[in-house]
Design a protein around this ligand. Sequence first.
Ligand code: WTA
Length: 660
Amino acid sequence: MTETIASLLQEGRIYNPPEELVENSNVKKFMDKHGIKTYEELLERAKDIEWFWNEMVKEVGIEWYKEPEKTLEWNPPYVKWFIGAEYNIVNDALDRQARLRKNKVAYIWEGEPGDIRKITYGELHREVNRFANALREFGVERGDRVTIWLPMIPELPIAMLACAKIGAIHSVVFSGFSEKALLDRILDAEAKILITADGFYRGGNVIELKNRADGVLNDAPSIEKVIVYERCNVPTNMKEGRDYWWQDVVRNQPKECETEVMDANDILFILYTSGTTGKPKGVIHAHGGYAVGVAATLKLIFDLKEDDIWWCSADIGWITGHSYIVYGPLILGTTSVMYEGSPTYPKPDRWWEMIEKYAVTVFYTAPTAIRMFMRLGEEWPQKHDLSTLRLLGTVGEPINPEAWIWYYKYIGNEKCQIMDTWWQTETGMQLMSPLPITPLKPGSATKPFPGVEADVYDPDGNSLSKKNAGGFLVLTKPWPAMLRGLWRAEERYINTYWSTYKDIYFTGDAARIDEDGYFWIQGRLDDVLNVSGHRIGNSEVESALVSHPAVSEAAVVGKPHEIKGESIVAFVVLRSGISPDGKLMDSLKEHVAKEIGKIARPDEIYFVSDLPKTRSGKIMRRVCRSVMLGKDPGDISTLANPEAVEVVKEAAKFGGVTSK
Ligand code: WTA
């Protein structure tokens, strides 16, 4: 295997950060303090990772119960940070904040029906303490696992913090997952307690949780108690002696609760993520390093200051929400916006209305959401005053330059730097991203965060950094929020991340580094096509398609081809008002050939009205591919829109609109 990944999409535009942003930025202050003049110098100095991360400990105000004896112990593939430190992340995220910022709002929460709750740090502290006391009363101890299946209501962070406070390990399961997925995760973690709700509001409907959980709880013998928050007043079956209402169990609990003193390297949580096999992987994160990593990135990348209003639109059921709705912002004492429901309910301007209403200053979302709003039209954001925004961010997939430009123009009013942050459930924290001082290239996550060392390797482990050639994205040094393993799956941990290259973390992503040292992520390696011996990132072809004015979204998959190895098949969603025909199909193929090269010209295009997506918004190419090949789509229980499978199936069966 000597071929490299054809990385053909060229993007030339450069956007310099606004001077005012640079001058007042946290990162600039940090550099001034250390006499660092330039971005390059900062990256260079931070190559001394122990120095850098110790500085970050101070920068975000970490308060150990007992100081670490040593910063780093790296015995690949096992890492320990802040060795010997006694710590609990809740001390920084909550106890310290309740002392410093008692009356500052921690969460401005809005329910989908329009109900609003503003929770101060003092109140959050009290609620967490009461719930933590209730958990202790139910016999939850250090190291016990607690599964949390809650929607985006304040009780979700409260439950997480309460677990962490008493040293229990939380395992949050996204509320959009099926009960079957919930069961798998309960069984794997052998959770003692399940925390859930009667239901939640989404798209104008009530989505039930507890009654659905009942369908699988008989198969989960480890669960001793179920605590149910009453959110929607739906009739709920409660099993005597097992099921309790949240509101009842906290009622008489004391407002104080001692925080368990943990080792900085003790487990904080498990979060399951999908891999190449069907069984989800339980990614493990620890208290100390994780706290430093998430708070430092948020402070330096998103530049949060005391008076910012931060909104990360992710769901807490994913790593983005764990790190950047719960732990990161709380450690910085930030005010965050949190929203329960659908972004387009009751109208497509719900988010923009909320940004205006709460005067949000920094906003973090996903490219898929941006493309959806792009499709709905800029008239929706234009109804609102978004002028409080000063910084924007994205995460989850490479952002195609057209969506980037739309976000920049219609949401950021051409004055907000866009932080394209690359990271993973496993990395715990953002690892690659611009800082407020970094010139941007739309579509590139720019460079590794200071103190993070990344590279692109060929299959033999040679660095391709100077060659502008596609290869495998790797991390060559440990970072503080690095995963500590997979829950009870050591072999899989080693095989997945550490078997490709010796002592080097394998990300599973394809990337290239351009002549300026900027990284271009091309997507997952399992989503890389091989056409006539050339590797082409599916996302590159998709990005090219989406850059056509008629296209809103696209999924590109490979189909076995006798001569070429694989042919390229595209499923395309058109913008509203545009109807598909053979002429358009030809022009799309030509467009891709023009954008990337003839090698990437799709062989077949199917027009569809929707694409199968996970609740986090990722297009499920795997499902498109199976359906196209007439195979069983596999487990579709985690899809946000299972009906899209039929749409794709029909299109594949009837050939969409054909052209010759
Ligand atoms: C992809 C989400 C390009 C990548 C935090 C990674 C990205 C996977 C970006 C992790 C980005 C995430 N540019 N690709 N800015 N951010 N990815 O575990 O393939 O849900 O490996 O973590 O998403 O997804 P996960």
